[in-house]
Design a protein around this ligand. Structure first.
Ligand SMILES: Cc1ncc(COP(=O)(O)O)c(C=O)c1O
Ligand SMILES: [Zn+2]
Length: 393
């Protein structure tokens, strides 16, 4: 008997599908699917003591039906208290979660551990994704670990060098697409996964792994939820995953209230922030996304419905940051706290600064920013141009 029972459920019409069915969109209405679990039991703060230091410590709320879990020890990342940053930004407490400490240097590893395990369970021989860089680096690593063939589609010339290096090192077949991430994803989705299992965040098993970061915040903050969580938003799968994690904690009676979630987008790629600030009912067209934060250079977020729900239902908000503001936030984080991240990971700090200035965030708030990717993935000169090395004697 499996410990838990999972089904895939459409977020619009409620149609359900068996957990092992390979389906990326509802066959009835075309909308996104979500994995739903009815657990036999749930972890509590004290039952977690002594468990494995990875996201699999929350096993009661994760799939347990795999013959084989493909893991590299992902999750359980450090949460650093940043007192100097709190002073500069003007809030009571400030924390940064270091998702760049994951095995391939980004939060994507959480989703890939579950997603690639699922690929193995259904007998896939090959996996595929479109990527702004981190997804391909992570999928390539987990596919190698699982012995699967891996194909990745990336926007030509638009991903950080370190991420391309990772996908090459892990032996993925790499296809460069003229255009943006959105064009690369269209290419992957058009083929419908006929020859390979699709592991973009449209695949609900990715979100299932990524939701564990919310469990970690709950554990790291001593079971409390009296804070705001700010995240960079591209496809909006990750913010949806955090929301799913907090909702599950609430459904199981482990928390009463949920944190508010703040989605931060780069101004040149901000359809979700635009939609929410203008009160639109659907996503505006965004044909040419552009930003220095290449990880979130996305004009048509595939998970926008889930992301918008996460922001609205949590009582949060969405905000835009200009590239100069993102660079300033990165420099501030690095030079005041000794913590750095790739540019996308600094956008939440830029967003939080704005929200304090605008008064949406009060001086008494506790804020957690998610630094989603490792600094060494993107060593673009523009990120450090303010600090020119000088000639020594
Ligand atoms: C470093 C980093 N931050 C944030 C994001 C955005 O996550 P999502 O697309 O789930 O919104 C990505 C996605 O590629 C990323 O690589
Ligand atoms: Zn449906």
């Amino acid at each position: 008997m499996p410990r838990e029972e999972y089904v895939l459920v459409c977020i619009s019409c409620g149609e359900s599908y068996p957990r092992e069915e390979v389906v990326y969109r509802c066959r009835r209405c075309g909308d996104l699917l979500e994995a739903r679990i009815s657990p036999g039991g749930v972890f509590r703060l004290d039952t977690l003591i002594g468990r494995v230091h990875s996201m699999w410590r929350y096993r009661e709320l994760l799939p347990s039906f795999f013959n084989r879990i493909v893991s590299l020890g992902e999750g359980y990342t450090t949460l650093v208290k940043a007192d100097k940053l709190a002073k500069v930004v003007g809030v009571r407490e400030f924390y940064v979660k270091l998702e760049g400490l994951n095995p391939t240097g980004s939060f994507k590893d959480r989703g890939m551990s579950v997603g690639v395990s699922m690929a193995c369970m259904i007998g896939a021989k090959s996996v595929v994704c479109a990527s702004t860089g981190n997804t391909s680096a992570s999928l390539a690593a987990y596919a190698a670990r699982a012995g699967l063939e891996c194909q990745v589609y990336i926007p030509e010339g638009k991903i950080a060098w370190g991420k391309l290096f990772q996908a090459r090192m892990f032996g993925a077949k790499i296809y460069q697409v003229a255009g943006s991430f959105d064009d690369a994803l269209k290419r992957v989705m058009a083929r419908g996964g006929e020859d390979a299992y699709i592991l973009n965040s449209v695949n609900p098993w990715r979100i299932e792994g990524q939701k564990t970061a919310a469990f970690e915040l709950w554990e790291q903050m001593g079971g409390k939820t009296d804070y705001v969580v700010a995240l960079p938003v591209g496809n909006s799968g990750n913010i949806a995953a955090y929301w799913k994690g907090f909702k599950e904690l609430q459904e199981h009676g482990l928390i009463n209230d949920t944190p508010r979630l703040v989605g931060v987008q780069a101004e040149g790629a901000s359809p979700i922030a635009e939609m929410l600030t203008r009160g639109l009912e659907s996503l505006p067209d965004w044909p040419n996304p552009e930003t220095i934060a290449t990880a979130i250079r996305i004009g048509r977020p595939i998970n926008w419905k889930k992301g918008v729900r996460a922001i609205r239902d949590s009582g949060g908000t969405a905000v835009k940051a200009r590239d100069e503001e993102i660079l300033d936030a990165l420099r501030l984080l690095a030079t005041t706290e000794g913590i750095a991240t790739e540019p996308a990971g600094a956008t939440p700090i830029a967003g939080v600064k704005k929200l304090v200035e605008e008064g949406w965030l009060g001086r008494d708030e506790k804020v957690i920013c998610i630094a989603t990717g490792n600094m060494l993935k993107d060593t673009n000169e523009a990120l450090v141009s303010w600090n020119k090395p000088q000639k020594g004697d």
